[in-house]
Design a protein around this ligand. Structure first.
Ligand code: ATP
Ligand code: MG
Length: 419
């Protein structure tokens, strides 16, 4: 058997995992400020849920979904995105009846079988939010402002926010016909997949990676009805009020079926063609169309892998222990084991290698550990009830303290030297 991971699936070694965890921690802080609560949903749902909500003409469902028949003969899928599951939970758990704001966040893996490359994986992590039951432009501005705040907080620089409005079902109905007429006329210039799907979903052609850019320039533009135009104008006013720098991009359509009115994308120039860091939009009709109450909603998803790539060189997160305990003789092992516990109880991270190994081997591990101090207990120390402290990161003489004073002394040194 050859031992290897699947293409597009990867291991996050401690430095990367710490970076992901740091981004998640920042997100939790920001979400708390904005009144968002966590809601965890399953990784696997009925396939039909994604087909009906994300849409069967979207790339995600048509080409990228990990779907299979489970042992019980059910057609299921590993989630390619979170919104369908969230909407299902909102309906199934009667969340419209809680009397509280339905503002939820969740984080975790999404799965899409697309061509793996830098910034594009088959399992990737998203941090997502959904705000269900608020139709006002305040919700649009708040959610976009929160996304910008989060990116700022984690230290992502040089991003641009693009927004557009796709209008409501009414605007779209009119536009669908105009666009379809245009696409039929120009069908010869379209890529094969688009030729096949324009009748079912003409808007998809605008989001197609092949045809989209040219069409965005030449195809007729969507005209918003007065109510949608008002919503879009007000959203922009509020974004300005919230201090968000944004650009209106009339070609921004997003690939999913359920979007209405405001859609947005945060892009960076630092990641080549994988330039979208986060994206989202309104889905005012989705909850109702899935059998729930009329509940207009808005949400976004942020690609944690891409954010981590942007931060990699800037954020060196050190998960090394502060202290490394070394037992320098056989009769010192129990003392060393107790000292580990005492340090940890005092809130100081402490580690050791195998305490039964040679002093030389344990000291080698201490040097590699990244710890600030080695705490060494040998025969003499056991007799005297002391421990020898050897600085590993900075130059300095080693010294001896009573074992019982060691945690307080180390704590003081770590703080004073900012280690
Ligand atoms: P793209 O145009 O890059 O394929 P998308 O429109 O398919 O992105 P969304 O469904 O909007 O992406 O997902 C939200 C975010 O999740 C994206 O902005 C991106 O940062 C991230 N993302 C999407 N697909 C992947 C992937 N395969 N690998 C890593 N991150 C991804
Ligand atoms: Mg995609």
């Amino acid at each position: 058997m050859s031992v290897h991971s699947l293409r597009g699936f990867r291991d996050l070694l401690p430095a990367d995992a710490a970076l992901f965890a740091g981004i998640e921690a920042a997100a939790r802080e920001v979400f708390a400020l904005y009144g968002y609560q966590e809601l965890r949903i399953p990784t696997i749902e009925l396939k039909e849920l994604f087909v009906k909500s994300t849409g069967d003409t979207t790339d995600i469902v048509e080409k990228e979904m990990y779907a299979f028949t489970d042992g019980g003969g059910r057609e299921v899928a590993v989630r390619p995105e979170g919104t369908p599951g969230m909407v299902r939970a909102y309906i199934e758990q009667n969340l419209s009846q809680t009397g509280r704001n339905a503002k939820y966040f969740y984080m975790g893996s999404m799965f899409r079988a697309e061509r793996p490359q830098a910034g594009r994986y088959r399992e990737f992590e998203q941090i997502d939010v959904e705000h269900i039951g608020n139709a006002a432009p305040f919700a649009d501005a708040e959610t976009i402002a929160m996304l910008v705040k989060l990116l700022e907080k984690v230290g992502v620089e040089g991003c641009s926010v693009e927004i557009n409005s796709l209008g409501c079902a009414e605007c779209r109905k009119v536009y669908r016909e105009t666009l379809l007429a245009y696409l039929r006329l120009n069908a010869a210039t379209l890529c094969e997949p688009c030729k096949g799907r324009i009748e079912r979903n003409p808007l998809r052609a605008l989001d197609c990676k092949t045809d989209g850019p040219a069409l965005a320039e030449k195809a007729p533009k969507l005209a918003l009805c007065p109510a949608c135009a008002e919503h879009f104008a007000r959203t922009q006013q509020l974004l300005t009020m919230a201090g968000v720098n944004y650009k209106v991009n009339p070609s921004l359509v997003r690939g999913l079926d359920y979007y209405t009115r405001t859609v947005f994308e945060v892009k960076t120039t630092a990641l080549g063609s994988q330039d979208a860091v986060a994206a989202g939009g309104r889905y005012d009709d989705l909850v109702k169309s899935m059998g729930g109450p009329a509940a207009p909603a808005i949400g976004w998803g942020m690609g944690v892998d891409r954010v981590a790539m942007l931060l990699k060189d800037k954020l060196a997160i050190d998960g090394s222990p502060k202290t490394f305990i070394v037992s320098a003789s056989a009769d010192a092992q129990d003392q060393a084991f107790r000292l580990l516990a005492a340090l940890r109880a005092a809130g100081i991270s402490a580690d050791s290698s195998n305490l039964t190994l040679s002093l030389k081997s344990q000291m080698r591990s201490a040097d590699k550990s990244g710890a600030a101090f080695a705490l060494i207990i040998g025969e003499d120390e056991v007799k005297a009830g002391t421990v020898t402290v050897k600085p590993l990161k900075e130059k300095g003489e080693q010294f001896t303290v009573p074992v019982s004073d060691a945690p307080a002394k180390i704590k003081e040194l770590l703080e004073r030297k900012n280690l």
